[in-house]
Design a protein around this ligand. Structure first.
Ligand code: NAD
Ligand code: WQD
Length: 336
């Protein structure tokens, strides 16, 4: 049985990936400092899979703790989710973002080299493309200068991994996620935003349940089908499964390059108004919303061409938007 270290494994995408790893026969070791998650997630994972993963509460910015972890744990592969992820906050606290998202990454890569661990999966983001020249976005699309320190940590993170792969013969895959949404079918795990949600779906579910007065839709003057911005919303369980596909490719030595990167999205672009309409239909809730100015830094449209990931990783999305919105709503009701 292969031992997989999952950093940030109690977070939104990490927890769903832990469940899928367990279902695929991997033994999981979770590291999380609980800066954006709670320890209950461990029990909730166990409720789904029947297996409680090994857990180390540890801050990956602490180099000696990271060294100690690697010195005492047998690891065959790493999926690195741990990072700060609030785009707006990163503008005000850039150094904290660089310390965590870059510092922790470097420490982990150093330990991989020291302990001869070869397989690494990195959480990247479609944010690296900025406003793409061509839609849908293929991996041939050039990356753009990042619009926020957060976005820059993903670009620089990928570059650091490329250099480490070349110098130390590591094998790595970056997955460039589009917009992950939804919750596990069991409704035992989901997204737990702290404070006022920045992302669309938790803002919608919190409005529908009465925690927020109304959704502000950021702009209806974009050059899109209805004027609102377009994104590619992918069910978090599908996204979790893409990690298993990527890891399995590395473990089975099926990768053709030592560094590969894939867009992970559904391939469908949907506008904010389409999401609102679908949410109202699926949940039979009326949503209060108002149109306000554009949000600074938002792109007009981003959706994936997922041909590469479907062909090389033999992965494809299985769940619908309706599944995702329904599960997000059930999760909100359970947690309110
Ligand atoms: P999340 O905040 O829910 O999960 C991250 C987890 O990492 C949290 O549990 C947090 O406590 C932990 N963590 C953070 N810093 C740590 C540290 N120094 N030491 C140990 N643990 C630490 O975020 P998520 O939505 O699950 O995102 C996971 C990854 O995917 C992140 O790297 C994020 O940047 C990336 N990503 C997310 C999205 C998205 O929309 N959610 C999109 C693209 C990329
Ligand atoms: C989606 C759409 C908003 C909230 C962000 C990060 C990106 C990635 C995913 C990590 C946009 C609109 C939103 C609201 C709204 N994260 N919206 N009212 O901006 O595509 O991506 O999360 O890597 O890096 O930038 O996602 O969910 O914030 O917004 O109208 O209250 O919903 O303008 O068009 P986004 P989002």
């Amino acid at each position: 049985m292969k031992n997989i270290l999952v950093t940030g494994g109690l977070g939104f995408i990490g927890s769903h990936t832990v469940v899928e790893l367990q279902a695929s026969g991997y033994r999981v070791i979770v590291v999380d400092d609980l800066s954006n998650s709670t320890v209950d997630v461990l029990e909730n994972i166990e409720k789904i899979s029947g297996i409680k993963p090994d857990f180390h509460q540890l801050d990956l910015r602490n180099k000696s703790d990271v060294q100690q972890l690697f010195a005492t744990t047998s690891i065959d592969g790493i999926i690195h989710f741990a990072a700060f992820k609030a785009v707006g906050e990163s503008v005000h606290k850039p150094l904290e973002y660089y310390e965590n998202n870059i510092g922790s990454l470097v420490y982990i890569l150093q330990e991989m080299v020291k302990h001869n661990i070869k397989n690494f999966i990195f959480s990247s983001s479609c944010t690296v493309y900025g406003q793409a020249e061509t839609l849908p976005i293929t991996e041939l699309e050039k990356t753009k200068p990042a619009l926020s320190p957060y976005g820059n940590t993903k670009q620089v993170g990928e570059e650091i991994i490329i250099d480490a792969c070349n110098a130390h013969q590591l094998n790595a895959i970056s997955l460039r996620y589009f917009n992950p949404i939804g919750a596990h079918d069991s409704i035992h795990i989901g997204e737990l935003p702290l404070g006022v949600p920045q992302n669309l779906i938790p803002y919608i579910t919190q409005t529908a349940i009465g925690l927020r007065d109304e959704l502000s839709i950021f702009g209806n003057d974009y050059d899109t089908k209805d004027g609102t911005a377009v994104r590619d919303y992918i069910h978090v369980v599908d996204l979790a499964k893409a990690h298993i596909a990527a890891l399995t490719r590395l473990v089975n030595k099926e990768n053709t390059e030592n560094y590969e990167y894939y867009n992970v999205g559904t391939g469908t672009g949907l506008s904010v108004l389409e999401i609102v309409e679908s949410f109202e239909r699926v949940t039979e809730q009326k949503l209060n919303y108002t149109i306000v100015e554009r949000r600074k830094g938002d792109v007009t449209a981003a959706f994936a061409d997922n041909t590469l990931v479907t062909s090389k990783l033999k992965w494809q999305p299985e769940k619908s938007l309706d599944d995702a919105l329904r599960s997000a709503w059930e999760w909100q009701k359970k947690n309110t």
